[in-house]
Design a protein around this ligand. Structure first.
Ligand code: IVH
Length: 675
């Protein structure tokens, strides 16, 4: 297809050119992992395309890379009826059952020769994709197998799902099925970030994938590193190869990720070799697999074999045994974190599992307790997954008359009734100010290595300091005296000196880490870093309006609201800020963090750059403005002093600026202001 037409509007050609260019870069980045331009250059081009599409929506291509960044908010996902049902596979755990499967297949095919394909069974969430005339139209979840949710906006944000087909599939109408999953490393990173901001971690990569796909804000989905692996190709209109294995190669040619380990086997023995090889090596894979799928390769033979009521007769899955143990559930305890989130933990009769004695297991949240339907004294099965803490997977036996465990309704520490926000799977204690574990948790977070990194201040010491009433928040730490400290249990002069030295050292921790240490909900270290750039002092952050905060890069509405609330809605913040200020912490960007100052010609001026510029890149111009004392605005508001208009600034911006009487200047005029 020739996308370019010299008779068309220049914008149309520009949109088409940028779309194609960005797609190529996406492919190099996400599929080949060999980017040829910097992230910054990519973002610039993407923004350029975005602004062109805003002005000329009629030219936006259905596979535009701007769709990848999301932005669609769906209230309820529409229901989609699958063209062919998404069946599940029969499971086996033994080679014996696999031989029986093989016998049934042999018999069904009357001794004709055929192949198997052995594939990894990805532990993720099934997804069906529909392409029409080569373009991605719909992405649907499995649902009940007959009908699923149309989650197209979310699916488009998954970077390794092609939006337009290539190669032999170019222009085709097809259905592709596969699994959405998350790399274990990405999953751990998300959980670390969640813990940093006081959120309850996700259970496992599959769970966080499922949760992510159901989010209603596709921009949030775009931020999560989901991946897709294709394992099925079907078409009513296209002549596909009879071998599924070859069909998948077509998908691969069209930039789909197809597992490189899929193996075509001539006999069952080869399938066994595959199973054995991966049983010991599956831990080396960067993603979770929970078994092997074995399918007849020839599509025509699949037709002949057909289906039972639930499963295809031509495929089966062999599940690997997880390391399991049986034990008794004694009690459930509830822990309160620093944000007030309550997490249930199972206390078990000690049992040996994978080389260690297990006494406790995660129960994650109220939904999980309800799902498991736990009763006192139940015999439960526990498993060790990729995570360090084992989990309870099911109830095996129950004593008659056993008492059911319900989630608690009051905080176990301070008796405040628990509350649960809509859409959250956790209960919270809202007594943030006085609930002891929350107080201690905030101080622990403050002292953490990634935050103020205070040597000598561990959990036990914090417990003592809080329970003896010597401190009630982290602001009090800096008023501690040596003579008070030595009165503590097991605390000598040396420990006291050590702690005081640790506190002294923390006074030079940079402003962005202080921001993180404050423990504002949703403010992780990355967000703290961004906030410190946009608001170079704690004072400016305190004075920021909700709008200022929302328009800061990487700061969405939830974070903005949480920061604003912290300063203006929490009564404990005011005394805390007083203590922090007098403690002499770094509460603004220091000289070395700031760009070099050349003059104060733009002192106190708020400047916004929009569009493309001739002489300098937008970033160079921004740096220039800062070095002359100016501040970079992130949007048009009354407070803006100059709007520096580049070549293709959007008309909407211009009108808005004119309405607010803001001075609109050219690049040259800006440069002369700096002279
Ligand atoms: S083939 C009719 N291949 O496992 C056959 N499934 O119960 C369709 N899965 O729902 C499935 N990896 O979500 C197939 N390589 C693979 C797979 C795979 C994971 C999932 C899939 C399906 C379930 C089977």
């Amino acid at each position: 297809m020739n996308l370019f037409d010299t008779n068309e509007a220049p914008e149309k050609n520009l949109i088409y050119k940028l779309t194609e260019e960005l797609q190529e870069h996406n492919y190099k980045y996400y599929v080949l992992a060999q980017p040829v331009i910097s992230d910054f250059e990519f973002d610039q081009k993407l923004k350029e395309l975005q602004s062109l599409e805003e002005r000329f929506p009629q030219y936006r291509l259905p596979d535009s890379p701007t769709l990848r960044v999301g932005g669609t908010v769906t209230k309820n996902f529409p229901v989609f009826t699958h063209k062919k049902p998404l069946l599940s596979l029969g499971n086996t755990y033994s080679t014996e059952e696999l031989r029986e499967f093989d016998n049934r297949v042999q018999k069904g095919l009357g001794g004709r020769s055929f192949h198997y394909v052995a594939e990894h069974k990805f532990d993720g969430v099934a997804l069906s994709l529909h392409y029409e005339n080569g373009v991605l139209k719909t992405g649907v979840t499995r649902g009940d197998g007959k009908q699923g949710d149309d989650i197209t906006a979310n699916v488009r944000t998954i970077r390794n799902i092609p939006l337009r087909l290539k190669g032999k599939l170019s222009g085709a109408s097809i259905e592709v099925r596969g699994e959405v999953f998350m790399l274990v490393e990405d999953f751990r990173k998300i959980n670390r970030e969640r813990e940093d901001i006081g959120e309850v971690p996700f259970m496992n990569p599959r769970n966080s994938t499922a949760g992510t796909l159901k989010l209603q804000d596709s921009a949030e989905v775009a931020r999560r590193p989901l991946k897709f692996v294709a394992y099925y190709l079907d078409s009513d209109s296209l002549d596909l190869p009879d071998s599924d294995f070859e069909g998948l190669a077509w998908l691969q040619e069209s930039d789909f990720f197809v597992s490189p380990y899929n193996t075509r086997c001539l006999a069952l023995e080869e399938v066994f070799n595959f199973i054995d090889a991966w049983d010991s090596r599956r831990n080396e894979l960067p993603y979770d697999i929970d078994g092997i799928v074995i399918k007849v390769d020839e599509m025509s033979l699949r037709e002949e074999l057909g289906y039972t009521a639930k499963n295809p007769r031509w495929a089966i899955s062999y599940k690997y045994q997880a390391e399991k143990a049986l034990t008794i559930l004694n009690t459930i305890s509830f822990q309160v974190g620093r944000t007030g989130a309550v997490t249930p933990v199972a206390n078990l009769e000690p049992v040996l599992l994978a080389g260690t004695v297990v006494k406790r297991a995660s129960l994650y949240n109220a939904d999980e307790i309800a799902r498991l339907d736990l009763h006192e004294g139940d015999t439960v099965s526990i498993e060790k997954g990729g995570e360090i803490i084992p989990k309870v997977t099911e109830v095996i036996a129950r004593k008659p008359g056993a008492r059911k465990f319900d989630f608690i309704s009051e905080c176990p520490e301070c008796r405040t009734p628990l509350s649960r926000k809509e859409g959250e799977s956790n209960y919270y204690c809202t007594n943030h100010r006085l609930c002891p574990p929350q107080i201690k948790g905030r101080i622990e977070h403050f002292a953490h290595r990634k935050a103020m990194n205070i040597d000598g201040l561990g959990t036990e010491l914090i417990d003592q300091l809080v329970s003896k009433g010597m401190i009630s928040d982290y602001g009090d730490l800096y008023a501690l005296k040596k003579e008070d400290l030595i009165t503590l249990d097991r605390f000598g002069e040396k420990s006291a000196d050590n702690l005081l030295a640790g506190l002294e050292k923390s006074r030079s921790v940079p402003y962005s880490r202080v921001l993180f240490a404050l423990g504002i909900r949703h403010v992780g270290s990355t967000v703290a870093e961004k906030l410190s750039r946009a608001f170079p002092s704690l004072e400016s952050l305190e004075q920021a309006t909700l709008e200022d905060l929302t328009t800061t890069p990487e700061v969405g509405e939830i974070i903005a609201q949480s920061v604003w609330d912290w300063f203006h809605q929490h009564p404990e913040t005011i005394p805390l800020l007083g203590k922090i200020r007098s403690a002499g912490l770094q509460l603004s960007l220091s000289e070395s963090d700031l760009p070099k100052v050349l003059s104060d010609k733009l002192q106190g001026k708020s400047i916004l750059f929009s569009g493309k510029f001739d002489k300098y890149s937008r970033d160079d111009l921004k740096a220039m403005a800062i070095s002359h004392g100016g501040q970079i605005a992130s949007g048009i508001s009354k407070k803006l002093d100059f709007l520096v208009a580049g070549e293709d600034m959007g008309p909407a911006k211009k009108t808005k600026a004119e309405d607010l009487n803001i001075r609109i200047i050219t690049e040259d005029e800006f440069l002369s202001l700096c002279q």
